[in-house]
Design a protein around this ligand. Structure first.
Ligand code: SF4
Length: 734
């Protein structure tokens, strides 16, 4: 006999007849969860599960990871190279050999007519690290353009820039285990439950075992803010003011660690002098946090036995993004919270392999955090790759966000986009449309032929995705983890690694160079080049990485040969005195004046526009927009609006409205919620022809990252709701 719930609706678990589980690392976000993918006896992919023995996720996956295996059968995949002479013509199929030869001919032609830098390359944070390394070798060593960057400029460039300015090198110094040791955590513009759910679970688990103050700085009452002990609903774009004010209180009340500062830093005098302008009374008027709260938070942070800061796009995507990161580093340096358990500055990165591209793609430099500006680095890589070091540029070229304006001005004539979708991801969609249409030659290399940017391509190269190929990713805490091949890519699609190798053969210079045929061999080259450097991976191998469920760098061959198992020293950076990456070993404390240079609401455009992510979608929905189980949660573009503001405007829950900025307009459904204040709306950034029609995207002067989170809009009621619904539905990809 059945009782209660059992009687009503017994849960049935379908036996999917899994015959084999293959190890991989999740290909969405930078948390880096270990995942196993099931195939049945016919080799068909039937499921995914978290890996219990993996330190990162300990058996758990978020909603994206659980359904990640559905990707392999998703709609819109490309399966043949496609070519056309002009974007108003239809594509026709071509062979790989013809595609590679045509592409090399066009690159040579553009470079001969307009100069080497007239052909640009923009990649991604989605490839495997061996692929990034190979693309870097091809771009720096053979194509020779200096206008080469990744779409990580849209998400992580400010963190990279801030780490370099403070510590002398990129590389997040902390790890997730720091949650288990910290005495206080401030989350700056970081909504972990929705953006990095498994890190959030690690944080919550640590707080359940040992309660410590959680302070959340965010203009919205995000899910993380709802869990906070103190929520600081800051005025958008003013984090730097608050950070300077915290430093003011800490220094003026003598709460800073003078011994640590003397031994490990330079610049305390200039910082002390600058923060005098940010007394809590003055700062409160700018950043919207009352002066007592500023003092209280400063004292809690400085007096905690250890304290850590994490941040995401709320800091990075600002005209003060890089300064915000440096100011967080300042805060941690003056309180001696770097390089010790629970004391750190940890940027939570974005894409699954944003770190891999930073370390190995040569986008802004040369592999292994080497710099184009350093003659020894150019010499070393030139020698190893068998490229004349004089062929390398002597300083980095344009960032992604400067490459597009250079297309507008006619400086750049050809572009190769690898697994990135600027039609949806870049600010000011209308401007991007005109920019891409201006190109003489655009190559789109992507797993999906229906990616929006392909509308403007002359050549489309179908690429394998995620576990259709093999190689490694690096996650937020510097953990290198492996993706094993689970299944074949559709049709004639090739792994990006193979595509780069195929193209390299088209260039005369490749005869002198070596382009390994297998990812493992490329990994061996990376190991050699990493020896003795900050990101030393020389002790790792693909097999050891899988066995350990990921290994944090540095892990050296000496450690491996002594039989020291990971994490042998790889948990944290800067653990010993004066071990920062400047010549004197000392970190820099930098004075940071605040200049408010962004768009702010006014009478004509009275609402702040805030943008961000949803848990069920990833970036431009190229993948998650296709998967029923993720897409069904939020298939329609919407905006969060405060109920009081909605009442003022006469907007009902579920009604369609038009949002208008100085750049354009977008139709969205209104969702009434107290998560946003009365003068702000929030729109997720995932949808095509939606929020980026409105965004301004002024650039950070150091990182060139766009300020997606600060723009001003107005809202218009739409009389014809049926037509609006239709328009909104058209914004759905499928
Ligand atoms: Fe994948 Fe990130 Fe979700 Fe983990 S938290 S399963 S890495 S999307």
């Amino acid at each position: 006999m059945l009782f209660g719930r059992d009687k009503k609706n017994p849960i049935k678990i379908v036996d999917k007849k899994a015959a084999k589980w293959t190890y991989a690392t999740c290909g969405y976000c930078s948390v880096g969860c270990s995942i196993e993918v099931a195939t049945n006896i016919e080799g068909k992919v039937v499921g995914s599960r978290g890996v219990g023995g993996a330190d990162v996720n300990r058996g758990k996956l978020c909603v994206k990871g659980i359904f990640e295996h559905e990707l392999f059968d998703s709609a819109g995949r490309g399966d043949k190279p496609l070519i056309r002479a002009a974007i108003n013509e239809g594509f026709r199929e071509t062979t790989w050999d013809q595609a590679a030869s045509h592409m090399a001919t066009k690159i040579n032609d553009i470079q001969q007519r307009y100069g080497r830098d007239a052909f640009a390359v923009v990649s991604t944070g989605q490839l495997l690290t061996e692929e990034f390394y190979t693309l870097g070798k091809l771009t720096r060593g053979l194509i020779g353009t200096n206008n080469y960057d990744g779409n990580t400029t849209l998400c992580m460039a400010s963190a990279v820039s801030g780490y370099k300015r403070s510590f002398g090198s990129d590389g997040p110094p902390g790890c997730y285990e720091d949650f288990e040791h910290t005495g206080c955590l401030i989350a700056w513009g970081s909504n972990l439950p929705e953006q990095h759910p498994i890190i959030y679970w690690r944080l919550q688990e640590a707080r359940e075992k040992r309660d410590f103050p959680l302070i959340v700085v965010d203009p919205r009452v995000t899910m993380l803010a709802q869990k906070a002990d103190i929520h600081l609903a800051i005025t958008p774009g003013t984090d730097l003011v608050l950070l300077n004010a915290l430093a003011h209180v800490i220094i003026n009340e003598g709460l800073h660690d003078k011994a640590y500062i003397d031994a490990n830093t330079v610049g305390i005098e200039a910082l002390t002098s600058e923060v005098q302008h940010y007394d809590p009374t003055t700062a409160a008027k700018l950043c919207g946090i009352d002066e007592d709260t500023i003092r209280n938070v400063a004292r809690i942070y400085a007096k905690a036995p250890t304290a850590m800061s994490i941040w995401t796009m709320g800091i990075n995507q600002s005209t003060h993004g890089s300064d915000g990161v440096v100011a967080i580093n300042n805060l941690n340096l003056i309180t001696a919270n770097i390089g010790k358990p629970g004391g750190t500055s940890l940027s939570i990165t974005g894409q699954c392999n944003a770190m891999g591209t930073r370390e190995w793609s040569s986008c802004s430099g040369l592999p292994g955090y080497r710099q184009l500006e350093n003659p020894e680095d150019r010499e070393e890589i030139g020698h190893y790759w068998k490229v004349d070091p004089e062929f390398f540029p002597k300083k980095r070229g344009l960032a992604q966000t400067d490459i597009f304006p250079a297309i507008e001005s006619g400086e750049i004539k050809g572009l190769w986009l690898v697994a990135t979708n600027p039609m949806t991801s870049m600010p000011n969609t209308e401007r991007m449309r005109k920019t891409l249409a201006k190109l003489d030659f655009l190559v789109v290399q992507d797993s999906y032929a229906d990616v929006e940017t392909n509308q403007y391509a002359h050549l489309y190269l179908p690429a394998a995705t995620w576990a259709e190929k093999e190689g490694v990713f690096t996650n937020t805490e510097r953990r290198v983890n492996i993706v094993r091949k689970v299944t074949d890519a559709p049709g004639e699609s090739k792994a990006d690694f193979e595509i780069f190798n195929l193209l390299a053969k088209q260039f005369e210079g490749s005869k002198a160079m070596s382009f390994p045929e297998q990812p493992q061999a490329a990994f061996e080259e990376m190991k050699t080049l990493s020896k003795g450097r900050l990101a030393d991976i020389s002790g790792m191998s693909h097999d050891l990485i899988e066995k350990q469920r990921g290994i944090q760098w540095p892990y050296t061959d000496e450690q491996a040969s002594r039989g020291e198992l990971p994490p042998a020293g790889g948990k944290r950076l800067y653990t010993t005195p004066a071990s920062f990456r400047f010549a004197d070993g000392k970190a820099k404390l930098i004075a940071l004046p605040f200049i408010n240079n962004n768009e702010v609401p006014d009478e004509q455009f009275p609402f702040w526009l805030n943008t961000g992510r949803l848990v069920e979608h990833f970036h431009t929905r190229t993948k998650t927009g296709k998967l029923g189980n993720t897409n069904k949660y939020s298939p329609i573009p919407f905006m969060e609006i405060n109920p009081d503001a909605a009442q003022d405007l006469g907007i009902e829950q579920g009604e369609y409205v038009r949002c208008i900025s100085r750049r354009g307009d977008a139709v969205v459904m209104a969702m009434l919620t107290q998560r946003v204040p009365r003068n702000m709306v929030f729109i997720p950034f995932h949808y095509f022809d939606c929020v980026n029609r409105l965004t301004l995207g002024l650039l950070d002067p150091h990182s060139r990252q766009p300020a997606y989170k600060q723009a001003a809009i107005t809202i218009e009621i739409l009389e014809d709701q049926q037509a609006a619904a239709q328009l909104s539905m058209e914004m759905r990809r499928f």
